[in-house]
Every structure is written in C-alpha cells, then in structure tokens.
Write a protein that binds this ligand. Structure first.
Ligand SMILES: Cc1cc2nc3c(=O)[nH]c(=O)nc-3n(C[C@H](O)[C@H](O)[C@H](O)COP(=O)(O)OP(=O)(O)OC[C@H]3O[C@@H](n4cnc5c(N)ncnc54)[C@H](O)[C@@H]3O)c2cc1C
Length: 511
C-alpha cells in the first residue's frame, strides 16, 4: 500500500496542504481537511504516531489541575472534546472512574488562591475542601454533552475497604469521572487513512522527510527506498509536536516555539496492585506536589509520569532516577504493596509538545494550543503554519481551528463538520489465532500489514497494536508475527532477523 501511495505521488507531485507529522494533530488535520475535499499529503519522518501520541498517559480529560492555573477556556474545551470522543469514538474512548486520596481537610487554602491569581508558588498540598471546590466546578464545566456521573466523596473507612493497600493516613477520597483511550496510535493511523479514503487524491506516508529545495518546492526523501521527489505544495503545516523547531529548520525557518518536557511511564505486572485498583484510576499527589496516576491497562497496570525539561526529543529516554522516583511515589500511595523492579514489563517515554515558556515549574506551562504563521518571503513562496502545544484530548478542536484558518487561503468553504462525526470503527477479524498471542488473529496481522502502512515489525507491535506496551513481545511472538508479515513485506531471512532484533530491543528499551 505504501509503495502504491509513493507511486501515486510520483505521478502527480502536487498537493494543497503538505502536513508534516502523523501524530494525533497531523492525522486529525488530515481528516479535517480531506473531508472538505482539500488534497493533502501527510508525511512522517518515522512511523505514524511514533511521537507523544503513542507515549501519553492515555487520559482523555478536562485537566482538573489546570483549574488551579485558572485555565478555564482550556478545561471547558477539553471536557467538551472528551464528551465528544466518548460519544463518537466509543470503541476507543471509555469513561474512567478516578479517585483522589486526600490526607487533610483544609490544606492548600492559602496556596491554591495564590496559584490561581498567578503567583509563582509551587503546586501541591490540596486538602478535601479545595478538591471539592475544584471537582464541583469541573463537573459544572462538564455539563455540555455530559456522558459521566457527578463527583462524590467517601470516608476513610469505606475508601480503605474499597481500595485495599491504599495509604491509611487519608481522611477521605474523592471520586470523579474522566475518560481514557485504549489505542490512540490506532486512532492516528485510522484518521490519516480516513483522509485518504474520503479525498481520493490525498496520501499518507510514513518514513518520509521534507526539506525546502526551491522557492516553491519541497524535496521529499523516502527513508525506506532511498528515493526522493520534488513536491509543489500550496501550504505546509508543521504538526511535528515536540519537533516543530527542528522540522522548521530544513524549511528555512528559525523558530523557538517549543519547550518540551519528557514524561516516562512504567507498565507493571503486579496482581496485588492490579486488584487493588479495579476499574478506577488513582490520581495522587506525591510529597513534592507532583500529580501521578496509576490504572489498570488491559492485563497490566500503567503508572506515571515524570515531567522533565528536555532539548532534543530524539534523546528522550527514561533514566534510572525516573524509575526510582515513580516506584517511590507508588510506595507512598500503596505502602503495603511490594512492587519490585522485576515487575516492570515495559517502560516508555515521550515528549510533551509544550509551548516555549519561562515558567519555573513545568506543571504550570499551559497545555493549550495555537497556530504560528510563517509568511512567505523572498526565498519561500508558500506559507508554513506550525501547530504548537495541545493535548491528545483536544486534537479535534485544534485541527478544526487550523483547517478554518487554512481554507480561505485555498478558496474552500467548510462542507462537513467533525463535531458530530463518528470515528471509523476498525474491522473485526475472526479465524485462526496466533499460538503465542491468542487474542490476535492471523487475518488481522495480514490485513493491518497490508493496509495500514506497516513497514517494520515495530510498527505493528508498538503502533498498530499494544503487544509491546503490554510486555507481550517475546522471542517466540516476534518470530510468529514476522513469519506472517515477511511474505507481505518481502522480507528474506536476514531482514526478518533484523526486524525481530529491533522490535525486541525497543520492547526492552526505555523510549
Ligand atoms: C508523558 C506524556 C503524557 C501525556 N499524557 C496525556 C494525557 O493523558 N492526555 C492528553 O490529552 N495528552 C497527554 N499528553 C500530550 C499528548 O500526547 C500530546 O499533546 C499529543 O500526542 C501531541 O500530538 P502531536 O501530533 O502534536 O505530536 P506527536 O504525537 O509527537 O507527533 C509528531 C509526529 O511528527 C513526526 N516528526 C517529527 N519530526 C518530523 C519531521 N521533520 N518531518 C515529518 N515528521 C516529523 C514524529 O515522528 C511524530 O510522529 C501526554 C504527553 C506525554 C509525553
């Protein structure tokens, strides 16, 4: 399929909008524009969704803690988008019961208003009174398209009965509802492919880079075949998340828009923790004020995350100190549950595409988004727009806003709204299952490999499925998958061995 797309591009190397980056923002924009019959080309230097969109905490949330920073517009937009995703992508986005353990009644009553009014105070120390105020306000903001119940508080005794192992110095717990997404990486791929199917001349290609090579052209390089071609776009959108400034450089633009922070997560196989959590996420404050989360993810537990400034997103990897920190926070909230490092089955680390900011505390950098315009100049005939910031939760609103800015430049008017459009449901497959992965059918592996731009085994196990994330990639399962994929992708034995080695190294790595 990928070769066919490259062939189509070679035959007609033009497009209305060239989108760089196949994360949730780039793929969301592709869907949005293609629905208006705008001819798009989306390219990613890596696989689609290889960036933050596959490394997040998977929460589809309003951002309760952004209330503290008085970001009402962001929270209101986020809860609205959350409710939309619950309604229109129910196959991926599910309600999430979320419980906050609280250790004091009135703590934070001086600090919270100071933070709210913009004083440079470190967050943390939130008591029951402040939490109740925040949750009530949050629930009121959630009213539009409401899909979830109202918050409630539980006394200490009942909380400890319901959540065995929870720290016993709490005074109560607060429970509210947000949502989570099972497979954001699949959503990205499906949105890009939906774009290609609704606008027949639109294309999506992974492992392709772009650089300016003439006043009105861009050179595209296919990292897989080594081929290159010259493309004439009318507009370029840089949706490369944390890489925005890096991707602008080869387009001749010096920008300083981003100030990303890396965040790591641990995937843990521990039955006691798994059972204690049940179907709820624990959203807890560590002693340093940082909010951490832990929740069941299929047959494992995910916990995270850290928030550390980083310059080069390609360098982001979880270090030993982060692992120790995350386990320490877990010990703080579940002191009697023993979680040795050997229970960690996978580690992943991504970079939040945060806007550049002078804020002293990373948690105070806004999670909102904006579109930066780089007008055409003497050396570049086409405008470039950089999508800066945002969250997984708000990608549709960001894509809609970006499309609305671009359409007048192309002389196009909106034909279709995505506000109430269902996301395509992936096909379900039956038949023979894999010996090493009994939840997966051979037919599904074949179909996704053929139709969803899979180039490497890693693409399949990390971004078309959650095999690596769940710690299910072993020598045996990697071999079984590679045997099915090899005839479709034309791998000989040595290529197959390379693919297996690479996917296993990533599964045991820290990126
Ligand atoms: C630890 C962590 C936890 C998070 N938790 C949540 C959460 O719970 N809820 C939430 O809503 N949000 C969360 N986020 C934020 C969310 O993941 C991001 O805001 C969102 O995924 C960004 O999408 P994006 O498309 O802008 O960037 P990305 O997903 O990073 O995509 C950018 C793409 O651009 C590609 N690229 C890079 N350079 C180039 C180039 N030169 N040419 C072409 N392509 C290029 C990359 O390969 C990548 O695929 C979290 C983020 C992190 C890191």
């Amino acid at each position: 399929m990928r070769a066919k797309m490259w062939g189509m591009l070679k035959a007609n190397p033009t497009c209305d909008v060239l989108i760089l980056g196949g994360g949730v923002n780039g793929a969301g924009l592709m869907r949005e524009l293609a629905l208006q019959d705008v001819k798009c080309l989306l390219v990613d230097k890596d696989d689609l969704a290889a960036g933050a969109s596959s490394k997040s905490s998977r929460m589809i949330h309003g951002g309760l803690r952004y209330l503290e920073n008085a970001e009402f517009r962001l929270v209101s937009e986020s809860v609205y988008e959350r409710n939309r995703l619950l309604k229109y992508a129910p196959h991926y986005v599910k309600p999430l019961r979320t419980t906050i353990p609280i250790t004091a009644w009135f703590a934070g009553m001086i600090k919270a208003p100071l933070i709210f009014f913009g004083f440079n105070v470190k967050v943390g120390g939130r008591g029951a009174f402040i939490v109740k105020m925040g949750l009530t306000f949050y629930d009121i903001l959630t009213c539009r398209l409401r899909q979830t119940p109202w918050n409630f508080f539980m006394g200490k005794k009942k909380s400890l009965q319901e959540i065995p192992g929870l720290r016993d110095d709490i005074v109560c717990t607060a429970t509210y509802w947000d949502a989570w997404i099972t497979q954001p990486e699949r959503l990205c791929v499906e949105m890009a492919l939906e774009g290609c199917s609704v606008q027949k001349d639109s294309l999506a290609l992974n492992y392709v880079t772009a650089e300016k090579n003439g006043a009105d052209t861009v050179l595209l390089r296919d990292k897989i075949t080594g081929e290159s071609l010259t493309l004439k776009p009318k507009i370029v959108v840089n949706a490369t998340g944390a890489w925005v400034d890096f991707a602008n450089k080869p387009l001749g633009i010096e920008s300083k828009l981003m100030g990303g922070t890396k965040g790591s997560h641990l995937v843990i196989d521990n039955k006691e923790l798994f059972n204690a959590l049940g179907d709820r996420m624990i959203y807890y404050e560590h002693t340093d004020g940082r909010i951490c989360i832990t929740f069941q993810f299929m047959d494992k537990v995910i916990m995270g995350s850290t928030d550390i400034r980083i310059k080069d997103p390609d360098e982001a990897a979880c270090d030993d100190a982060e692992i120790d920190y995350m386990l320490t926070t877990l010990k703080g909230v579940f002191p009697t549950i023993n979680i040795p490092k050997s229970d960690i089955v996978h580690i992943f680390c991504g970079v939040r595409p945060l806007m550049a900011s002078q804020e002293g505390y990373t948690s105070k950098v806004s999670r909102s988004h904006f579109l930066a315009e780089h007008k055409p100049d003497a050396t570049r005939a086409f405008p470039v727009y950089s999508m800066v910031g945002g969250k997984l939760t708000t990608f549709r609103a960001f894509a809609e806003m970006t499309a609305d800015r671009l359409m007048p430049l192309l002389g196009v008017t909106r034909q279709v709204s995505t506000t109430d459009r269902y996301y395509p449901k992936p096909e379900t497959f039956t038949g023979e299952t894999l010996k090493t992965l009994p939840d997966l059918t051979v037919a599904e592996v074949r179909a996704l490999t053929q139709n969803e731009l899979v180039v490497h085994l890693s693409d399949f196990v990390r971004r078309r499925s959650v095999i690596t994330l769940l710690g299910h990639l072993t020598e045996a399962s990697a071999h079984e998958l590679a045997d099915i994929m090899a005839p479709i992708l034309g791998w000989d034995d040595s290529h197959k061995r390379e693919e297996i080695a690479m996917s296993l190294a990533e599964a045991h790595g820290r990126k």
